[in-house]
Design a protein around this ligand. Structure first.
Ligand SMILES: NC(=O)c1ccc[n+]([C@@H]2O[C@H](COP(=O)([O-])OP(=O)(O)OC[C@H]3O[C@@H](n4cnc5c(N)ncnc54)[C@H](OP(=O)(O)O)[C@@H]3O)[C@@H](O)[C@H]2O)c1
Length: 329
């Protein structure tokens, strides 16, 4: 009989609700324990999603017996602390993006995973969305020839509120770490190693001193470019195009959980297009949850699709972009 995986969640905000609802769709997954800064919120959340254990602080959840894995869904600035708490108790972790505030912090988390032999993965759910997975497989097979440009954006209009997580600098606010990470991760997944030789970036800032909009260019060897844009003050198309010498792959909006891919091939001056649909139910977080369980089942300490070295490279790239725009936390 297949093992049931008992999940815990730390931080019961917006994304935790979506994740818990998607977890219901994963065979053999069970929400076992939740932890909040508020005992009342923990109890309500546990009742709503059927978790037997509810904690009114984060420290106690690691004492919960039988936990197989904990999902960290707190603001960015708490990811390292919350992840380390679990790992030091030998509990596997799926940690929300951005994994940490910088590469140095991320490395401490990675080292703790390796030292304690406890699984760790950044929750880059986009990698597990079937349309994205399909696009990456096509690119790897050479379907559009040699890739020379990756272009992606992610922007949404978020009314200004200095206290909201997205505008609050002390919580790691700003567009780059919240959503600019998506164009960055697509570039890294497609263009791989070595990392870009040169990075250019510019940003506009809110009165709370976080980047409202950020644009970056990753300049790779061999004439390859990645162009990314993020914004918390504008609704942008949220689309991604990957251009190769023989064609283009277009991930339809919102590309980071795309349900449609268009593949185009150049035939002289014309472009032949074919569409592929990848419908799914739920928000799309069930794919990453199922992958984590498969990794645990196989006794892996990290994912083969989102390995820890990838996360460190992504953090390094985000650090470099932040350095260019002059954003320090
Ligand atoms: N993968 C995705 O698609 C996706 C989407 C959105 C967000 N995220 C990531 O998930 C993380 C959480 O985002 P969210 O949108 O869910 O945020 P949110 O709605 O603000 O929830 C964050 C939760 O963290 C807890 N928390 C602990 N200390 C806090 C503090 N000082 N200030 C505010 N909250 C605090 C709170 O829960 P308790 O009081 O219950 O502990 C709060 O509800 C972020 O790192 C974000 O980048 C990922």
């Amino acid at each position: 009989m297949a093992k049931t995986f008992k999940w815990g969640i730390i931080g019961l905000g917006r994304i935790a609700r979506k994740f818990a609802s998607d977890l219901n769709m994963v065979p053999n997954a069970q929400l076992h324990a939740v932890a909040s800064t508020s005992a009342e919120r923990a109890r309500q959340f546990a009742d709503e999603f059927g978790a037997p254990y509810a904690y009114g602080n984060y420290a106690e959840i690691v004492q919960c017996s039988d936990l197989d894995v904990v999902y960290i869904a707190t603001p960015h600035v708490l990811h390292a602390e919350n992840t380390l708490l679990c790992l030091e108790h030998g509990i596997p972790v799926l940690c929300e993006k951005p994994f940490a505030m910088n590469r140095q912090e991320a490395l401490r988390m990675v080292n703790a995973s390796r030292r304690n032999r406890a699984f760790l993965m950044e929750a880059l759910w986009t990698r597990f969305i079937p349309a994205v997975d399909y696009a990456l497989a096509l690119i790897a097979q050479g379907e559009i020839g040699d890739v020379h440009t990756v272009k992606a954006d992610f922007g949404f209009h978020m009314p200004f509120d200095p206290h909201s997580r997205v505008y609050n600098k002390s919580l790691g606010g700003g567009s780059l770490l919240d959503i600019g990470i998506y164009p960055a991760l697509l570039s890294l997944f497609v263009l791989g190693k070595p990392l870009p030789e040169h990075i250019q970036a510019a940003a506009s800032f809110s009165s709370t001193e976080v980047d409202e909009s950020c644009a970056f260019i990753l300049d790779y060897p061999d004439k390859r470019l990645a162009i990314g844009h993020s914004s918390i003050v504008a609704n942008t198309p949220v689309e991604a195009s990957i251009y190769g010498t023989e064609g283009t792959i277009y991930l339809h909006p919102r590309w980071h959980f795309a349900k449609k891919v268009t593949v185009s091939h150049y035939e002289g001056n014309t472009e032949l297009k074919r569409d592929m649909e990848f419908p799914f139910e739920g928000w799309g977080y069930h794919f990453e949850a199922a992958h984590v369980m498969a990794c645990l089942e196989e006794g892996r300490l990290e994912s083969d699709l989102v390995p820890l070295d990838f996360t460190l490279d992504l953090m390094e790239t985000l650090d470099a972009i932040r350095e260019r725009i002059g954003l320090e936390y």
